[in-house]
Design a binder for this molecule. Structure first.
Ligand SMILES: NC(=O)c1ccc[n+]([C@@H]2O[C@H](COP(=O)([O-])OP(=O)(O)OC[C@H]3O[C@@H](n4cnc5c(N)ncnc54)[C@H](OP(=O)(O)O)[C@@H]3O)[C@@H](O)[C@H]2O)c1
Length: 259
């Protein structure tokens, strides 16, 4: 059963190569949701490959988490071909990926610098191209490279989605269309790779830099911290539900119902 291969406890006791910890590759792991998830998986006994562009913040996260587990931290962009290859190789060196989390994302593909999100009618095309490269092409390309490892482990892919993929909000056309494309790619991958789990997860609004940038000048202190949605990800990894699109709010509700 894939579940027994990906839960940390079971993974320590199986495999031709002997006992080993499960391995997760997380993009955008230097802050926000990616950092919170990296912390949780490190606590749960996973070895981790972490990436983000900014080396200083990534190294800080890696230094903190290396007290708990083995960490390979590689700074670079998910749109960089060589960087993606290096990430897949780092996961292989740790024993092979059991989980790929495509979490790194951009709102517009350029620095908004306090400006509002552009409408589609005025969206700079270079920004739109970068949005799709970071949010769709990068995740698909990284998945291609990590798939052989995931097939061996019977592992999982988590692609971070958004309600903007399903709802039509003014200003969210570029980001929302890219997340809708990633949702669809996730669904197709799930059909093509029935032995894996492919989960698209909408984490809901969170108090992060991305959210701050989306609502310039607004007080977003009422939004929950990313740590609050981590139980939803732990639930997926524990219960190993069928591939599909999940909302963290629904997963969290099932946890509340069961206590
Ligand atoms: N926050 C929300 O309310 C919300 C709601 C729905 C969905 N989401 C989704 O949840 C995920 C996490 O969002 P977040 O709010 O935690 O964002 P965040 O705080 O802005 O963090 C984004 C992370 O991705 C990295 N990153 C950005 N571009 C990258 C690139 N090209 N290559 C590699 N790393 C890159 C960032 O580091 P560097 O800048 O140093 O590269 C950072 O580590 C995203 O997929 C987002 O779309 C967020």
């Amino acid at each position: 059963m894939p579940l027994t291969r990906t839960t940390p406890q079971a993974a320590k006791t199986i495999g031709a190569a002997g006992p080993r910890k499960p391995v997760a590759l997380i993009t955008g792991a230097s802050r926000g949701l990616g950092r919170a998830l990296a912390g949780a998986l490190a606590e749960d006994g996973w070895n981790l490959v972490l990436t983000a562009r900014g080396a200083a913040q990534l190294d800080e996260a890696a230094a903190q988490l290396s007290a708990l587990t083995r960490i390979a931290a590689l700074a670079g962009s998910v749109v960089d071909d060589d960087h993606r290859v290096a990430l897949a190789e780092a996961a292989a060196e740790l024993g092979g990926a059991d989980l790929l989390v495509n979490n790194a994302s951009t709102l517009t593909g350029f620095d908004l610098d306090g400006a509002a999100l552009p409408t589609l009618g005025a969206f700079p095309l270079t920004g739109l191209l970068e949005t799709f490269e970071v949010n769709v092409l990068g995740p698909i390309a990284l998945t291609q490279l990590v798939l052989p490892q995931l097939r061996r482990s019977g592992g999982a892919v988590i692609n971070l989605s958004s309600d903007a993929a399903a709802e039509a909000y003014a200003g969210w056309g570029g980001y929302g269309a890219s997340k809708a494309a990633l949702d669809h790619a996730s669904a197709v991958l799930a059909v093509e790779e029935p032995r894996l789990r492919v989960w698209a997860v909408d984490p809901g609004d969170m108090r992060t830099r991305m959210h701050e940038e989306a609502f310039p000048g607004e007080d977003i202190s009422d939004r929950p911290l990313p740590e609050t949605v981590i139980p939803a990800f732990r639930l997926l990894l524990r219960d190993w539900p069928p591939s599909g699109r999940y909302r963290a709010v629904d997963l969290l509700a099932t946890i509340k119902e069961s206590v």
